[in-house]
Structures are given as structure tokens and as C-alpha cells.
Ligand binder design. Structure first.
Ligand SMILES: CC(C)(COP(=O)(O)OP(=O)(O)OC[C@H]1O[C@@H](n2cnc3c(N)ncnc32)[C@H](O)[C@@H]1OP(=O)(O)O)[C@@H](O)C(=O)NCCC(=O)NCCS
Length: 175
């Protein structure tokens, strides 16, 4: 088990994992066509090829020798463009943990903890004094997980999935 930075060679497998795990973070009632729209427009292999090549982003993957990729996270550096999110954050420079998803069979296994520890190390090494993320207001499991790793709710934002707008909390950790 280890966390490493993904390369373009991982794009296809990360996209498969992303498609499998994205629905787990959506609140009950999310329409399947909206989920499919998001997966094909944001989480395709072509998108991940671009994400791993983007100097403002890092895609981290956790893998085991037997099972291949079991989780991934995507980090985005820089000040968020949304003025409400900027106003909610007290720590700058900051880094966004834009995605953090683990295969359901590995929930509670420590894989997510390895990914978030690695993400926070990455942020510290980049000179950030904070890290932030958005999490659906109904995703209590993820909120508890982030709170265990030093995040607290500092604001709210919206997140568009297909034609639906979801309500998120903005959470921040001081590094
Ligand atoms: C969010 C995620 C990465 C967290 O990883 P994890 O391995 O499940 O996290 P942990 O088990 O360490 O922590 C989750 C906590 O929520 C608790 N929990 C589990 N199911 C829960 C539920 N339905 N409601 C409330 N709390 C719940 C767990 O008991 C645990 O708390 P504890 O350590 O005090 O017992 C993982 O669940 C995941 O990939 N979920 C699907 C994708 C997702 O939601 N990603 C986040 C998008 S912002």
C-alpha cells in the first residue's frame, strides 16, 4: 500500500475508479442522468490525462499490489476564484482537496487516511498554511472523516451535478 503521484499512464484506471466512486458522494435523489453527465464531462480518462499534466494540480493515488488503485485524491493549488469561498478561508496560501474517493470495499481501512495525510504533506511542502475542500451537506461520513483530520466548517457553497445544484459545506484545515 502506498500513495504516489499519478502519471498520464494512470489516467484510464483513475477515471474508472472515479466513475465507480463518484455516485457514493452524491446525496439521495441525485438523478442518474446527472451523475452520468458529470462522469463523462469531468471524470473521463481524457480529463484525467489533462489533470495529471496540469502544473496547478496533483492527482494522488493509493494502490496495493493485489488490487491496483483503491483510492485517489486531486489537489488544486491557488486561491479559489469564488469570492464566497475566498471570504470563508482564513489561511493563505491554500490548496484545495478537490476530490478524495476510496473504493467502498476499502472504507474504514486507512486508505483514505493515507491519502489525506499525503495531501496535507503536499500542501505543507508547497508552503501552504491551509487546505480546504467542499463536501455535500448530507455526506456525514465524509464530514466526520475530514473533522478527524483537522478540518472544520467555515462556510457553504454550491456544487453543480448535471442540471442539479447541491449544497456543500466549505471545510478548512490550518497546517
Ligand atoms: C469519505 C471517505 C474518503 C472517508 O474514508 P473512510 O475510510 O470511509 O473514513 P473513516 O472510516 O476513517 O472515517 C469515517 C467516519 O464516519 C463514520 N461513519 C461511517 N458511516 C457513517 C454514516 N453513514 N454516517 C455517519 N458517520 C459514518 C465512521 O464510523 C468514521 O468515524 P469514526 O472513525 O469515528 O468511527 C470514504 O468514505 C469515501 O470514499 N466515500 C465516498 C466518496 C466520498 O464521499 N468522498 C468525499 C467527497 S467530498
Amino acid at each position: 500500500m502506498s500513495v504516489r503521484v499519478a502519471t498520464v499512464a494512470d489516467a484510464h484506471e483513475v477515471a474508472q475508479l472515479a466513475a465507480q466512486t463518484f455516485p457514493l458522494a452524491c446525496p439521495p435523489g441525485t438523478r442518474s442522468e446527472d451523475i452520468e453527465h458529470f462522469i463523462s464531462n469531468v471524470l473521463s480518462a481524457r480529463n484525467f490525462e489533462a489533470y495529471v499534466a496540469d502544473s496547478a494540480r496533483a492527482v494522488l493515488v493509493d494502490e496495493t499490489a493485489d488490487s491496483g488503485l483503491i483510492g485517489y485524491a486531486m489537489l488544486v493549488s491557488g486561491t479559489p476564484a469564488d469570492p464566497d469561498i475566498r471570504a470563508a478561508l482564513s489561511q493563505h496560501p491554500t490548496l484545495e482537496i478537490s476530490k478524495l474517493y476510496v473504493r467502498p470495499t476499502e472504507h474504514g481501512s486507512g486508505a483514505a487516511a493515507r491519502l489525506i495525510s499525503s495531501a496535507l504533506s503536499h500542501a505543507r511542502e508547497a508552503g501552504c498554511t491551509g487546505a480546504w475542500l467542499g463536501v455535500n451537506q448530507q455526506n456525514v461520513r465524509a464530514q466526520k472523516f475530514y473533522a478527524k483530520h483537522g478540518f472544520e466548517v467555515v462556510g457553504t457553497k454550491t456544487f453543480v451535478v448535471g442540471v442539479q445544484t447541491h449544497d456543500d459545506y466549505v471545510m478548512q484545515a490550518r497546517l
